[in-house]
Design a binder for this molecule. Structure first.
Ligand SMILES: Cc1ncc(COP(=O)(O)O)c(C=O)c1O
Length: 373
């Protein structure tokens, strides 16, 4: 039996930085400074520098990054927040947790992201914020809307897209705040949960820094009702080791994506409409947290690949407007046809940095064999 082609190879990636990460963990353990402290501050500075922004605000997860960003804007009951129905649950969950209303608008079928026209059409007088999601590692292009005076605040959900560029700029430059996740499968993954918020706005930065400490400054004097949303010092120390490797690992993902594109183009699968490879915008640097194809018989294809020893995943099987917990929002089937079609057709293929040419040939060969090509 040949070894499976894994969707992720975190064990393999660990080999690239294991000794340095263990030394960093040892440094924190020996210092006994686990809460905030120099590792968190240094990571925040280094992450900000990477994105050409002021120091980031480290938080406990990508979910909490969204929550605290919305809290910093004072979002609450009566407010609407416009976002995508085709994303991980946390994007809209954070809005609902604050008593505000997630309002969905449909996605662009090519990029899976929101569009400028869609966002404009979804605005109402109650819209307090827009959360464009940079899905699968490609920045969402909201065009001129980003620079428009008087628009609602923009929070970029960049959980999947650290390192991606659009017209030469990274996330954090397309809105008031950008939220990141360091969940282990993200391009910059920690040894557990972690997240951060990037912002150019000094006032927001100060508010985020305080909100993550129960809204207190100094300690025990509470200006806002915040929470415990701190980034762990152990995570910060590991992320400091991994951040310098991020661009090299993203480049490997990009090379793998280009190789898939070429293999698919030469396979006859694309011409016959059996595989639709992902679209990368011409002025974008896509970092392929996921390489997601469309297939007209996705479920059968996923089964066949599983039998051929190729791991795949479906991000996401059900759009957010059709989740039972959002039933009270009043949406129904057919409201966002592109998001619904994406849920039925998408399949994420392995694209991790340690994937080999032979692995990729096997993946594409198995898809071709399934279609008897
Ligand atoms: C688009 C998106 N938003 C938010 C999150 C939440 O991040 P976390 O898992 O770190 O809470 C994720 C990650 O799973 C994500 O993919």
């Amino acid at each position: 039996m040949t070894a499976p082609v894994r969707l992720l190879d975190l064990q393999g990636e660990l080999g690239l930085y294991r000794a340095a990460a263990l030394a960093a963990l040892e440094r924190v353990v020996d210092s006994q400074v686990f809460i905030m402290g120099p590792e968190v501050a240094a990571f925040e500075r280094e992450l900000g520098e990477y994105a050409d922004l002021p120091p980031a605000v480290g938080v406990s997860s990508g979910t909490d990054a969204l929550l605290v960003a919305l809290m910093a804007l004072g979002i609450g009951p009566g407010d609407e927040v416009l976002t995508s129905p085709f994303t991980f649950f946390a994007t809209a969950g954070a809005v609902a947790r604050l008593g505000a209303r997630p309002v969905f608008v449909d996605i662009d079928p090519a990029t899976f992201n929101l569009t400028e026209a869609g966002v404009r059409a979804g605005l109402t007088p109650a819209t307090r914020a827009v959360i464009p999601v940079h899905l699968f590692g490609q920045l969402c292009d909201l065009g001129r809307f980003v620079d428009e005076a008087g628009r609602p605040a923009i929070i970029e959900d960049a959980a999947q897209a650290l390192g991606a560029t659009l017209r030469g700029r990274m996330t954090g430059h397309f809105g008031e705040m950008s939220t990141l996740s360091f969940f282990p499968s993200k391009n910059l993954g920690g040894f557990g949960d972690g997240g951060a918020v990037l912002t150019r706005d000094e006032k927001l930065r100060e508010r985020l820094s305080v909100l993550r400490l129960h809204g207190s400054k100094p300690k025990y004097f509470h200006h806002f009702v915040g929470g415990n949303f701190r980034l762990d010092a152990l995570q910060a120390a590991v992320l400091r080791v991994k951040l310098p490797l991020l661009d090299e690992l993203s480049a490997r993902r990009q090379a793998n994506a280009a190789r898939y594109d070429a293999l698919f183009a030469g396979s006859g699968l694309v011409d016959r409409g059996l595989v639709v490879p992902p679209t990368c915008l011409p002025d974008a640097g896509h970092v392929y947290n996921q390489y997601v194809i469309r297939s007209p018989d996705r479920d059968a294809l996923a089964r066949a690949l599983g039998e051929a020893g190729v791991e795949t995943a479906i991000y996401y099987p059900r759009p957010l407007h059709l989740q039972p917990c959002f039933g009270d929002l009043g949406y129904g089937p057919g409201d966002f046809p592109e998001a619904e079609r994406a849920c039925a057709e998408v399949l994420a293929l392995p694209v991790h940095p340690l994937l080999t040419e032979a692995d990729q040939a096997r993946v594409v060969g198995a898809i071709a064999a399934h279609h008897k090509l």
